[in-house]
Unconditional design. Structure first.
Length: 186
């Protein structure tokens, strides 16, 4: 086999084990979710412009306020179902925090893509629409599905991945290990 053909086959093999752009940023969103301070569910969001991360966000209390991991969950205490009565929560959602970080740091969200580890609630969906994000890639679920319908109605492209964000992160880490012949840590 010629050197060129051998090189081409090796390049194809590398391309096959490289994560897609959506898997790459979804893995980042899952990693971001590990900073969440919510007792119920940890969400992460990543906003991307031209395949470049401009912001991240996770769900937790407003800046400089006690977190639920410190003081408990009012929603749990009141028996409020997931996906309902969003206003009875001290937490700021991951999507909201990512958009807020763009505002603080002067980054435009217009025509960007947001990667999020669960369905955006209807409140977050309205923020996404008004921030002119054009595409949302979702890698997990959430009980409030109204946000998905709002996004679609507004013309925002919505892609719901079939694989959970945790699995995607583990697969991306596994791809790196297999390419470098490094033993898995998990």
């Amino acid at each position: 086999m010629s050197k060129k053909k051998k090189q081409s086959k090796e390049n194809e093999k590398v391309k096959q084990i490289r994560p897609t752009i959506d898997e790459y940023f979804t893995a980042m969103a899952e990693l971001v979710s590990t900073r969440s301070t919510c007792l119920r569910r940890q969400f992460g969001a990543v906003i991307v412009q031209n395949n470049h991360v401009i912001s991240t966000g996770y769900n937790g209390a407003p800046k400089d306020m006690p977190h639920c991991i410190e003081i408990g969950c009012l929603r749990d205490e009141l028996g409020i179902l997931s996906g309902t009565q969003h206003e009875i929560c001290r937490g700021v959602h991951s999507e909201q925090n990512a958009i807020i970080q763009c505002a603080i740091h002067g980054e435009s969200t217009k025509d960007g893509t947001m990667y999020v580890t669960g369905f955006p609630c209807k409140i977050c969906a309205k923020m996404i629409i008004n921030s002119m994000i054009k595409r949302v890639v979702i890698s997990g679920q959430y009980s409030d599905t109204e946000g998905i319908e709002l996004l679609k109605e507004a013309g925002v492209e919505v892609l719901i991945l079939k694989t959970s964000p945790k699995v995607i992160l583990i697969q991306v880490i596994g791809l790196k290990s297999s390419r470098q012949n490094v033993p898995d840590l998990f």
